[in-house]
Design a protein around this ligand. Structure first.
Ligand code: KG4
Ligand code: ZN
Length: 357
């Protein structure tokens, strides 16, 4: 595993009564633990990336569950040490309940429930997508509302209107592959490693964005939904007849052309959503929100419209426990602690976050 560098040494807890939440995220292949004070100050934050999946070119669910099981206890111990607190100082435990890989989620939820029970503190189950919507708050403070949120990850591509914590209206989703999934599949076609997003992002800088003529899916249709599976097929067709492995200049040109198509598509639908809703801010999250070209493009478009653009640093875009602690603390403030029935949910539909538009 790879554990991200420890945070700077913690400041002492200001008062014994300070509200301290232990947050746990295990929805996919990152095991993450954080300690948050009053839902706002991140006192410690660890993210262990499970390198084992690289060998298989994608996340292997059974291996992910096992790795979460092994990683959680030592990460919790270290997160408490780095936060400068003892387990008995904790006042609640927040955990991702879904959506995600159900085996991975079950490990986190079972651990969190048992840990909270042992300490006699409440546990709160947090929706993973809701946490991505708000991750920027940890660095930028409260968002102006209404806001549009774009969540772009390996599993999701969602456009949502945010009117406040817990108050959402869904605008659109992908109808097939998520944006990150498309990055990963195209990277595989190009012979790049897993996950593919960072590699394509890097290589695109040396390529020509107009070298291959790729479609901008769904832009000719009204609404806010996305579709990325046709783009992957278009890449396959554009490379047909060339023997693999492809020369470096072809890989760079395809990376640049594919990335331009994804960024154009995400940008067009997001701007449509901003115009449609009159939103005052754009919040972005999910692993694809690390993408340099997407960040630059949306920053420029938002500046031109006088809309606040709020995307956190890459560490808080990807899967992380700090965003779970943030939303968990808000839920606890609203009296929304979970009961014994707290369980993992695999899909967004089951997670209860999707109100009718
Ligand atoms: O949010 P995340 O860490 O995990 C979930 O899927 O929930 O997102 C991972 C996804 C992967 O598909 C990865 O290829 C993509 O985010 N990704 C990127 C970049 N960094 C990560 N995609 C494009 N550009 C990047 N720089
Ligand atoms: Zn995620």
């Amino acid at each position: 595993m790879t554990v991200a560098a420890p945070a700077a040494s913690p400041t002492p807890v200001e008062a014994p009564a300070a509200r301290l939440v232990l947050a746990i995220e295990t929805s996919c292949d990152d095991t993450s633990v954080a300690v948050l004070e009053r839902g706002a100050v991140v006192r410690s934050h660890l993210i262990a990336t499970q390198d084992v999946h690289r060998l298989y070119g994608g996340v292997v669910p059974e291996l992910a569950s096992r790795a979460h099981l092994e990683l959680l206890p030592p990460l919790v111990t270290r997160a408490l040490e780095e936060a400068g607190v003892g387990a008995r100082d904790l006042t609640a435990v927040a955990v991702t309940r879904g959506p995600g890989l159900v085996g991975s989620l079950v490990v986190g939820v079972a651990f969190a429930k048992a840990y909270a029970l042992g300490l006699g503190v409440p546990v709160v189950g947090v929706n993973h997508i809701e946490a991505h919507l708000h991750a920027g708050t940890l660095e930028h403070g409260d968002s102006p509302v209404p806001a549009v949120a774009l969540v772009v990850s390996g599993g999701h591509t969602e456009l949502v209107v945010v009117r406040g914590p817990g108050d959402y209206r869904w605008l659109g989703s992908t109808l097939d592959d998520a944006a990150g999934e498309a990055y990963d599949k195209v990277a595989k076609l190009l012979g790049l490693g897993f996950p593919g997003g960072p590699a394509i992002d890097r290589l695109a800088r040396d390529g020509r964005a107009h070298a291959f003529d790729l479609p901008r899916p769904m832009l000719d249709r009204p609404g806010f939904d996305f579709s990325f599976s046709g783009l992957k097929t278009a890449v396959l067709h554009a490379l047909a007849g060339r023997p693999a492995p492809y020369p470096a200049d072809v890989v760079a040109d395809m990376a640049a052309s594919f990335q331009a198509a994804v960024v154009d598509t995400l940008t067009a639908k997001t701007l449509r959503a901003l115009d449609h809703t009159g939103a005052r801010a754009l919040n972005m999250g999910g692993g694809v929100a690390c993408n340099r070209a997407l960040r630059e493009r949306l920053a420029g478009e938002c500046a031109a419209r006088g809309v606040a653009f709020r995307v956190p640093s890459p560490r808080l875009c990807a899967d992380n426990a700090a965003m779970i602690g943030l939303v968990g603390a808000w839920m606890l403030d609203r009296g929304l602690a979970s009961d014994d029935a707290l369980d993992a949910v695999a899909s967004l539909e089951e997670s209860g976050l999707l109100p009718a538009g």
